[in-house]
Design a protein around this ligand. Structure first.
Ligand code: FMN
Length: 457
């Protein structure tokens, strides 16, 4: 399996049948498994002392529709109710800020001592709907709900303006005109030390709000992920040449939480990690140590795997594998046919982007003991055929759980359709038009402009 196959030219999705898709995958020489027996996705998955009722999950996706105090708004309820009626065994709730001042949008969710009762109500209402759906569909286990906690780092917004709080100055990102070099600052060691405590408190609050698990978000260019590549953070115990310094902030939070949750086997401590971001060395993570300006930067998972093994040794048994920094090269995180307004068509075949995401998760799965449950990403691009690829990944034990992002906004019933009809309805699929991402970039409420009447205007 090659993780750095030759560069392939962009072509949009035109496959009318599974056979067409299979032929294209073969022609491009990609490693994307297809397995027609989608019943495998109905198997439950063991994590600690819990069971995820089936192998399908909803990925975290910010909706920017929270109330100003950070609590879930009406549209937040609507989005999650739709997910809960779809039948996914695991719902991974979106990036929720650990404090007001590290939001990326004034309508991002924020978990606080003042509003956690509202999160509790939200959680219990979504759980009720999800459990009812799962029962109707014949699953014996109850839904698993995980909350993602984040600090937006260089993508923070304050008073309606960008307020980058950087781990370090990254020339690859600061050339982008919207991020001037003078706004915000590089976060200090003392500030990071204080943030460790806040993050721990908020993770415990997530437990008190009734979630089954908490994700210490380490992906997509936000604070923790950026620290992983902070080789140029000078005179700091949280950065520099040594990986243990660069991962210290993250691992300290995990260590502290472990201590508090020591005997807790029904609460899941997890993370979503970008194991590769495509930014050339020395400012990228999961990339080879070579001078190379070509896109995509070659992959080297030595450092990500070192961190993940440490997580395993600390008792973490669930990990959600992602890639990229969507503010830099969005196609690495979410392969698409149409860019957002003003964006560019990716200089690679979108199926190659799918291949990369699937194979990064496979590499992690292969490197860890069997009881590390791995969640994979990158399925929405495959439209109505996505269930067959998800089944292929599960059948070949390359991931344990297959999580869908944009497809869930377009068609929240996709799990039910896979379980009951064997295939997702082709008239309801995500067409990777990037409108949802465009809404997000513009700071608007996020939804599917193609399939959901609520967002068509
Ligand atoms: C509108 C939008 C919001 C997103 N918000 C989050 C988020 O809150 N947390 C996160 O980890 N990923 C987020 N993502 C990334 C998705 O979870 C997912 O990784 C990506 O869309 C690729 O999966 P897909 O091909 O199934 O859509 C977001 C993506 C989109 C399009």
């Amino acid at each position: 399996m090659s993780l750095n196959p030759s560069y392939k030219q962009f072509k949009p999705f035109t496959y009318k049948s599974l056979n067409d898709l299979e032929k294209k995958i073969a022609e491009l020489g990609l490693d994307i498994p297809i397995y027609p027996r989608v019943e495998i996705l109905q198997q439950r998955v063991h994590v600690h002392n819990l069971f995820v009722p089936n192998r399908l999950a909803i990925q975290p996706m910010e909706g920017f529709d929270a109330n100003l105090d950070g609590s879930p708004g009406d549209l937040t309820y609507r989005r999650y109710e739709r997910y809960a009626k779809g039948g996914a065994g695991l719902i991974w709730f979106e990036a929720t800020a650990i404090s007001q001042d590290c939001r990326s949008n004034p309508h991002q969710l924020v978990l606080s001592e003042n509003n956690y009762e509202k999160f509790k109500k939200f959680n219990s209402s979504i759980r009720k709907i999800s459990d009812k759906t799962l029962k109707e569909l014949g699953f014996v286990n109850k839904s698993i709900l995980i909350l993602q906690l984040n600090h937006s780092g260089r993508y923070c917004v304050r008073d309606g303006k960008r307020y980058p709080i950087r781990a370090y100055h990254n020339p690859e990102l600061e050339d982008v005109k919207e991020f001037s070099k003078t706004e915000g600052a590089v976060i200090s060691d003392n500030e990071l030390k204080d943030l460790e405590e806040i993050w721990v408190q908020k993770a415990i609050l997530a437990k008190e709000a009734g979630f089954d698990g908490v994700d210490i978000k380490a992906c997509h260019g936000y604070l923790i992920h950026e620290l992983f590549s902070s080789r140029h953070r000078e005179n700091s115990k949280y950065g520099g040449a040594s990986l243990s310094n660069r991962a210290k902030f993250f691992l300290n939070i995990i260590k502290k939480l472990n201590k508090i949750l020591k005997n807790e086997k029904t609460f899941i401590l997890t993370t979503r990690m970008s194991v590769y971001d495509g930014i050339p060395f020395p400012n990228g993570f999961g990339v080879k140590k070579v001078e190379n300006d070509n896109f995509p930067a070659p992959i080297d998972l030595t450092e990500p795997l070192e961190i993940i093994i440490k997580l395993y040794k600390k008792g973490v048994r669930l990990i959600n594998i992602s890639a990229g920094n969507p503010h830099y090269r969005p196609q690495i995180t979410r392969p698409y046919d149409t860019p957002i307004k003003g964006g560019i068509l990716p200089p690679e075949h979108p199926l190659y982007g799918v291949h990369r995401l699937l194979n990064l998760a496979t590499l992690v799965k292969n490197h860890l003991p069997d009881d590390m449950v791995v969640v994979g990403s990158g399925f929405s691009y495959l439209r109505q055929f996505a269930g067959y690829i998800a089944a292929g990944m599960a059948h070949e034990k390359r991931v344990d759980i297959c999580a869908f992002g944009r497809m869930a906004l377009a068609n929240p019933n996709f799990p039910r359709q896979i379980f009951q009809d064997g295939i997702i309805d082709k008239n309801e699929v995500c067409i990777t038009c990037s409108k949802c991402s465009e809404f997000m970039k513009l700071g608007k409420n996020v939804g599917c402009a193609t399939r959901d009447t609520k967002y068509k205007q």
